[in-house]
Design a protein around this ligand. Structure first.
Ligand code: FE2
Ligand code: FE2
Length: 333
C-alpha cells in the first residue's frame, strides 16, 4: 500500500472497523484512512469523532481505519474496557466483540507455533462476551456490513461470527454451543496452510488429484490443533466435519444427516456463505442475497434443511444487502 508523507514508509499498520469506534470518545491510537491510494492521518491519539462524522465517513464507504501496529495492544485494551463497562450499550459492546475477534485472529496468525496461548485467550473472550454479542447483534445486519466495501477481513472470523448468531437461534437452550462454534469457525481452515497455495486460492480448475489433497485439510486442521489441550472435543469434531454434507456427499467421512455434529452443520452454512460472499477459492464475490439464493437452489440438500431455512430467515430479518461498489472521495475533516 502507498503511504503519504504523513504515514512513515517503514511503518506496519493494523485495520480497525469504523463500527468499533464510539462517537465522542478519545481514540487510543492514530487513525489513518486511504485517500487516493495513500494512507492519510485523520485523527491523532486522544482526538474524537462525532457521531455525524462517523456516519458521513460510512456514507462515503470509508469502513475502516489503519493504525500503527505498535498501537494494537493499547487498542485491544480499549476494546476490553468497553466490553467490561456495564454503562456501555449492548450494541456497542457487540461491536467490540467483532473487532476484538478480528484482532485476536491476526495475533494468532502471527504467533506461529506458539498460537495456543492466543486461542485460549480467544476462547475466554467468546465464553465471557459471546452471550452479549448474540443478544445485541443479528445476522442480517452483520452480513450486510461485512459484505460492504473493504470490510471483509478474515474468512475464519466471519464464519465464526455468523455461526455464533445462528447457533444462538437454532439451539437457544445450549448456551455453550455459541462460543464452541465460534472457536471452531475461527480455526476450521487452519489446515489449509499445509496445502499448496494454488489449491486454496483457485479451486475452479482442480483435477482429481488436487481434490484428494484438498479433502485432507479438515484433518490437517485437527492435527495442527492437537497440542492445544484447552480446545474441547466438540470443537475439534466440528472442525473435522465442516465439509460433511447432510445428504452424505461431503468429506472426509461421507457422514449423513444427524451423524454430523450440530456445530459442523452450522459451520457448513456459514462457511459456504462467506466463501460465496468473499470469492474465497477463486470464485466471484456475490452480494448476500445472491449467495443465499445460490445455496437455496443449487443442491440445497447438502445442508440441514431446518438450519437452512432458519439461516435464510435470519439473513432476511434485518439489514439490507450491501453491494460492493466504488465510493466517493471522503472529505478530510
Ligand atoms: Fe474448509
Ligand atoms: Fe472455510
Amino acid at each position: 500500500m502507498n503511504v503519504s508523507a504523513q504515514a512513515p514508509m517503514e511503518q506496519r499498520y493494523f485495520r480497525i472497523s469504523l463500527h468499533a469506534i464510539p462517537p465522542n470518545v478519545p481514540i487510543p491510537c492514530d487513525a489513518y484512512i486511504v485517500v487516493a491510494g495513500k494512507l492519510t492521518l485523520l485523527r491523532r491519539t486522544g482526538e474524537t469523532f462525532t457521531a455525524e462524522r462517523l456516519r458521513k465517513l460510512n456514507r462515503h464507504e470509508v469502513q475502516e481505519f489503519y493504525a500503527p501496529i505498535e498501537q494494537r495492544p493499547v487498542f485491544k485494551e480499549f476494546l476490553w474496557k468497553l466490553l467490561l463497562d456495564p454503562t456501555v450499550p449492548a450494541e456497542r459492546r457487540a461491536e467490540s466483540v467483532i473487532e476484538g475477534t478480528y484482532l485476536q485472529a491476526e495475533e494468532i496468525d502471527e504467533q506461529g507455533p506458539a498460537f495456543g496461548a492466543g486461542i485460549t485467550e480467544m476462547m475466554k473472550m467468546l465464553q465471557k462476551f459471546g452471550p452479549n454479542f448474540v443478544r445485541a447483534m443479528n445476522l442480517g445486519t452483520l452480513v450486510s456490513r461485512i459484505a460492504g466495501k473493504g470490510a471483509t477481513r478474515c474468512h475464519g472470523v466471519q464464519t465464526a461470527l455468523y455461526a455464533m448468531l445462528l447457533a444462538a437461534k437454532a439451539f437457544p437452550e445450549q448456551a455453550d454451543l455459541v462460543w464452541q462454534v465460534g472457536i471452531a469457525g475461527m480455526l476450521h481452515d487452519m489446515g489449509e496452510k499445509q496445502l499448496d497455495a494454488r489449491l486454496v486460492d483457485n479451486q475452479q480448475s482442480m483435477n482429481g488429484e488436487d481434490w484428494q489433497a484438498y479433502k485432507a485439510h479438515p484433518g490437517h486442521s485437527v492435527d495442527v490443533l492437537s497440542g492445544v489441550d484447552s480446545i474441547p472435543v466438540e470443537v475439534k469434531r466440528a472442525i473435522l466435519e465442516h465439509h460433511e454434507h447432510f445428504d452424505g456427499t461431503g468429506f472426509p467421512k461421507r457422514l449423513r444427516g444427524e451423524e454430523i455434529s450440530p456445530l459442523a452443520r452450522i459451520l457448513a452454512l456459514c462457511d459456504t456463505l462467506d466463501k460465496l460472499m468473499t470469492g474465497k477459492g477463486g470464485g466471484s464475490s456475490l452480494p448476500p442475497d445472491e449467495a443465499l439464493l445460490m445455496m437455496q437452489t443449487i443442491r440445497p440438500e447438502r445442508f440441514d434443511p431446518r438450519l437452512l431455512s432458519l439461516f435464510a430467515a435470519e439473513l432476511r430479518s434485518a439489514g439490507r444487502s450491501a453491494r460492493p461498489g466504488a465510493g466517493t472521495q471522503p472529505e478530510l475533516t
